[in-house]
Write a protein that binds this ligand. Structure first.
Ligand code: ADP
Length: 176
């Protein structure tokens, strides 16, 4: 499923983000940038040690912010590591922090002159963010960004399973 915003595209796909050929893929990292389970582990495994070497030099990343490294052996030239919030009931600023994680990643992409970016469903795995609400925030942030930034051409959401894809598709339909 995809929709056009300005000259840009928002695309939903089911799959493994480590296979993406976008200029950057986004990692749902932890604040120490030390690698973990889920998509973080998959990206470091597929991309090789040069990504972690750069993460160590950078040292860490606050929740809601993002940093950029090489893509190592990945097809994507860069990995943007962002830290989404751990969901603790929704009253601890989680929505703002999740929006900020997406927005910081998008800003890093355009600052680096990148044309395409692929996101996983940040915070919806181990960090426990309710899926439909996380999808709504992800999509609203990307749509708003493309309305204001015509230099970014493609924002892909690469969703690991059917349930996550369906949640994103259900929310995206509400924006059409
Ligand atoms: P978080 O700690 O931010 O919740 P997780 O990695 O636990 O991050 O989960 C975030 C999302 O990434 C989940 O929907 C999970 O299914 C998904 N995911 C795990 N591996 C991959 C992968 N290789 N490609 C895309 N998404 C993935």
């Amino acid at each position: 499923m995809q929709i056009e915003i300005n000259q840009g595209l928002i695309v939903l796909a089911e799959g493994d983000i480590t296979e993406e050929e976008t200029d950057a893929i986004v990692n749902a990292a932890n604040s120490r940038l030390r690698g973990g389970a889920g998509v973080d582990g998959a990206i470091h495994r597929a991309g090789g040690p040069s990504i972690m070497a750069e993460c160590r030099r950078i040292g860490g990343c606050l929740t809601g912010q993002a940093v950029i490294t090489t893509g190592g052996e990945l097809k994507a030239k860069h990995v943007i590591h962002t830290v989404g919030p751990v969901y603790r009931g929704g009253t601890r600023g989680e929505a703002d922090l999740l929006r900020s994680a997406y927005l910081s990643s998008l800003k890093l992409a355009t600052a680096g002159g990148l044309k395409s970016i692929a996101f996983p469903a940040i915070s919806t795995g181990v960090y426990g963010y309710p899926l439909a609400e996380a999808a709504r925030i992800a999509l609203a942030t990307a749509i708003d960004y493309l309305r204001d930034h015509t230099d970014l051409e493609v924002v892909r959401f690469v969703l690991f399973d059917r349930r996550t894809y369906d949640a994103f598709a259900g929310e995206l339909k509400k924006f059409i």
